[in-house]
Design a protein around this ligand. Structure first.
Ligand code: ARG
Length: 467
């Protein structure tokens, strides 16, 4: 009914014209989305104001009705923000809750708002606006995380630690270099966010139910008013597409995967056995039974959130697969996944930023571990190639024998005497002791992107210009 009232109180007042009775209680429960899509209230109202303004500009509704509509919508916005708005499940979703309230507030003019649009393009608009804002937040959060890592990397550009492959000591690296590896990962995540914003930046409103509309609307005007680059180009695609939500979820999944790897390292590094870092009290918990314990709960929860975020991606991919064009109600299931993943990724990034900023780096422990496990064996082999002129394969073999001897004696490579080394290969001189220390090892790796402090500082400078 134009005035928002209905002869049949139990059928839906927005679309109940041809229905004799209201929905079954179970139908109402499965159908309603207001429980979660009320999150879209601000976007819904903003979209409606832009739409009504355009309708009046195009002479489709009167300026007077437009003013009433805009005023009413702003009132509803304040009501919702003040917590005084009563959402009704009978009204299904946010769109109809707002419109029904508008009818109560301004009377018949409210019925003109839904001219030349449908809930199909309306929900596509609201959700795109929401995801766009969420992506912008994610970009900011990732930038803070990157900045936290840059500070730690700078502080520890010279701090040596063991580098691992197969979680076995491989070669010494600097902690700064290890931090910068995460900067690269989160930097790629951030660039994926930026790409997604560019692709998403098209305005759906005006696609109407699926075929566009016969009213002389101006979609460029609404697109500009809502801060989109341009309107979407195909009305069928517009109401069918949820790629932007899938992209958000896949970006969140990849970022969560990076966070989870870092979380795992934090868990390992903070064990008494490794003791590479000490987590701040602010990001750990105690045990109710074992007084000595300090548990890395925040890191563990970040690691676990990844499962949840990946689950959301798979859920929405599965909802969308096999859906015929254009809109189907299945698509209503898009929001909870995205809302949940958004909350999880925001929290995970924030917690990780805090942990990275607060953790104490135990440089002494890192250094001691860096030298264990014959981590400079490759340096010895490389020296044999450079200084003695051995082919790398032979140098590898000679070094293997030196490692075996050190292992047998229970000492470090640098603790073998010159006589012992010369017994393996007589060409070895005492210059070898300059290359088998962990400091010499990392300082020598000056190749572009390598672990040498000068190289790490160059990487940091490159990134500083980009945060
Ligand atoms: N609550 C619905 C959703 O989230 C809004 C669109 C409903 N459109 C429709 N034709 N029933 O998808």
């Amino acid at each position: 009914m134009a005035d928002g009232t209905s002869e049949n109180v139990s059928s839906n007042q927005m679309w109940g014209g041809r229905f004799a009775s209201g929905p079954d209680a179970i139908m109402e429960e499965i159908n309603a989305s207001i429980g979660f899509d009320k999150k879209l209230y601000a976007q819904d109202i903003r979209g409606s104001i832009a739409h009504a303004t355009m309708l009046a500009h195009q002479g489709i509704i009167s300026a007077e009705d437009k003013d009433k509509i805009v005023h009413g919508l702003n009132t509803i916005l304040s009501e919702i923000e003040a917590g005084g708005f009563e959402f009704s499940r009978k009204l299904e979703d946010i769109h109809m809750n707002v419109e029904a309230r508008l009818a109560t507030l301004i009377g018949p003019a409210a019925g003109r708002l839904h001219t030349a649009r449908s809930r199909n393009d309306q929900v596509a608009l609201d959700f795109r606006l929401w995801v766009k804002e969420e992506l912008q937040k994610t970009e900011k959060a990732l930038t803070s995380l990157i900045a936290a890592f840059l500070d730690r990397a700078e502080e520890h550009a010279e701090t040596v630690m063991p580098g691992f492959t197969h979680l076995q000591t491989a070669q010494p690296v600097t902690f700064g270099h290890h931090c910068m590896a995460y900067v690269e990962m989160f930097g790629r995540d951030r660039s994926r966010v930026r790409d997604a914003i560019v692709r998403l930046d098209e305005c759906p409103i005006g696609a109407a139910a699926l075929a566009g509309t016969g009213y002389p609307i101006d979609r460029h005007m609404t697109a500009a008013a809502l801060g989109f680059r341009e309107p979407t180009r195909n009305s069928i695609d517009t109401v069918s597409d949820r790629d932007f939500a899938l992209e958000f979820l896949s970006i969140a999944s990849i970022a969560a995967t990076h966070l989870s790897r870092l979380a795992e390292e934090i868990v390992i590094w903070s064990t008494p056995q490794f003791g590479f870092i000490r987590l701040s009290d602010a990001f750990s918990t105690g045990s109710s039974i074992m007084p000595q314990k300090k548990n890395p709960d925040a890191a563990e929860l970040v690691r676990a959130k990844t499962g949840r975020i990946n689950g959301s991606l798979i859920a929405l991919l599965t909802v969308m697969k096999g859906l015929p064009l254009a809109y189907s109600k299945d698509m209503q299931e898009d929001k909870e996944q995205v809302f949940d993943a958004a909350e999880s990724i925001e929290l995970a990034i924030a917690a990780m930023t805090g942990m990275v900023r607060d953790m104490t780096i135990r440089a002494d422990r890192m250094k001691a571990a860096a030298g264990s496990g014959y981590s400079t064996a490759t340096d010895l082999a490389d020296w044999l190639v450079r200084a003695v002129g051995l082919p790398f394969r032979d140098a590898h073999h000679v070094t293997g024998r030196a490692v075996a001897l050190a292992e047998q004696k229970g000492c470090d490579l640098s603790e073998l005497s010159l006589e012992e080394l010369q017994a393996i290969n007589p060409a070895i001189t005492d210059a070898v002791y300059d290359v088998v220390t962990v400091e010499a090892s990392v300082a020598s790796r000056k190749s572009f992107g390598g672990t040498a402090p000068v190289e790490v500082r160059r990487q940091i400078a490159w990134w500083r210009e980009r945060v």
